[in-house]
Design a binder for this molecule. Sequence first.
Ligand code: CA
Length: 250
Amino acid sequence: MYTTELTKYAAKTEIGKTSRILVVEDEELIREMLVVALEGEGYEVIIATDGRSALEHLKNYESDFGEPVFDLVVLDLMLPQINGLDICRIMRHQGNSVPILILSAKASETDRVLGLEVGADDYLTKPFSMRELVARCRALLRRQRLSNMPLIPVLKYKDITLNPQECRVLVRDKEVNLSPKEFRLLELFMSYTRRVWSREQLLDQVWGPDFVGDSKTVDVHIRWLREKLEQDPSHPEYIVTVRGFGYRFG
Ligand code: CA
């Protein structure tokens, strides 16, 4: 009845990626309800009906870039072959840090504690409402997303400070207003100080490969940028012309 094919639903997260959830549950009725509820929220849902296939899914869906391909695992405890606690243990042992929400028919405190001790992030006791489940999933996904968000470092060079998060630039302790293109140019330059860029490379990086226009656009923006950054724009110390090649920062 269910296949492991990716569903067509696409709930976009704030970073534009669909959250993919692995549901591990052997009881068909509960599994069916979980799939309906989570797909209804727009998540991609992949299912496993026993412990072994759950581990296979986790292995098979591992991407080549070392990034976990599941954003969340909803994991029943009592499963054929390999139980939920062992799956949890194995995942954490393998360094898989994907959030795990444990579902259990057992209401005892020891099981809850045990589940959290082996590395689960949250615990729901059956029977639970689908509303509760969806809310827990959403919270775990949100938490995961925030912790995955890379902090872009503030760039500093001599008297210039560029804060990519705040889109602010300070020159000699005074804030300067840059256009988005000027900002991107400066950010690129400051990320690779002393690297020489050709005009075509700068066009490609800042304006994008689809930009129609010539490399004079770059020269014009460099001139504006120099006026905002340099103490003497005709003798620039930051954005330096490298004759025959292009420009360099620093
Ligand atoms: Ca079960």
